[in-house]
Design a protein around this ligand. Structure first.
Ligand SMILES: C[S@@+](CC[C@H](N)C(=O)[O-])C[C@H]1O[C@@H](n2cnc3c(N)ncnc32)[C@H](O)[C@@H]1O
Length: 243
């Protein structure tokens, strides 16, 4: 399996990423919850070192950095168009020395890190984009790079395990998107997002809920906790034992 993955966050999807606020309001909700969770994690531990997978334009990055003043974060993304926006949006944090960006594929970037060096690893709506074998390798790498007692906080789309329920949810999502994009007169952008969704939902990519939790447990995480779930939008935390 190659460490390098195709990344669909290019062109109009990247340039007009802001529309996600309308398409998936839970993305911002989960970014805020990630920040809250990072702020709570060993709040008396002193400065902590974090790593973000798929920072995009910086929405979840900002949520974490603003929630915890003693967090230093390395944020990676393999889509230059997304990362450029994050660099602009979060220039002050980078200047203050609290944030470093790396344009890199998630697995490559994780493999470059030493064992047990990070206190927290965060991600928001990136891991579901990965094919399952790549995701499994990423999960094992996250476990390796965390310190004992460290925490992985992931906000993401975890598909419903019941195929009929999942189909009904996806159909409702697509119906909602038609309303949003028709009102904006942007059926061109709707087309791009539907193609993106079809990739996320394909058999090699779809991240089913229970198997994904099991994938975390198999890597060694315990406990694995579902902190929030609304439809497919879910916040999962996974602790590396020890510490
Ligand atoms: C839906 S966006 C989420 C961005 C941000 N976390 C947020 O909360 O808005 C997913 C991000 O994951 C990035 N991504 C997808 N596959 C990746 C990979 N294999 N390696 C690194 N980044 C990846 C995309 O470029 C995109 O910016």
């Amino acid at each position: 399996m190659s460490a390098l993955q195709e990344n669909p966050f290019t062109g109009p999807i990247a340039a007009e990423y802001d529309v996600l606020r309308l398409m998936c309001p839970n993305a911002a909700t989960l970014a805020k919850k990630i920040g809250d969770r990072v702020a709570e994690w060993r709040s008396d531990a002193g400065p902590i070192d974090g790593f973000e997978i798929g920072c995009g334009t910086g929405i979840s990055t900002l949520a974490a950095l603003s929630a915890r003043g003693d967090l230093k974060l390395t944020a990676i993304d393999s889509a230059g168009e997304m990362l450029d926006q994050a660099r602009t949006n979060l220039a002050d944090y980078a200047l203050a020395g609290r944030l470093k960006f790396i344009e890199a594929d998630a697995l490559t970037a994780l493999r470059a890190l030493p064992d047990a060096g990070k206190d927290v690893v965060i991600s928001n709506y990136a891991i579901h984009n990965f094919p399952d074998d790549y995701r499994k390798a990423v999960v094992w790498e996250i476990f390796r790079v965390l310190k004992p007692g460290g925490i992985f906080v992931n906000g993401d789309r975890y598909a419903m395990d019941d195929p009929a329920a999942h189909l009904a949810d996806t159909q409702a999502v697509v119906r909602g998107w038609f309303k949003i994009f028709t009102k904006m007169n942007r059926l061109d952008l709707l087309e791009d997002w539907i193609l993106h969704l079809l990739s996320d939902e394909s058999p090699q990519h779809i991240m089913y809920f229970e198997p994904a939790l099991e994938q975390l447990r198999a890597a060694g995480f315990a406990p694995v906790t579902v902190e929030f779930r609304d439809g497919v939008d879910t916040l999962v935390t996974a602790v590396k034992p020890g510490g």
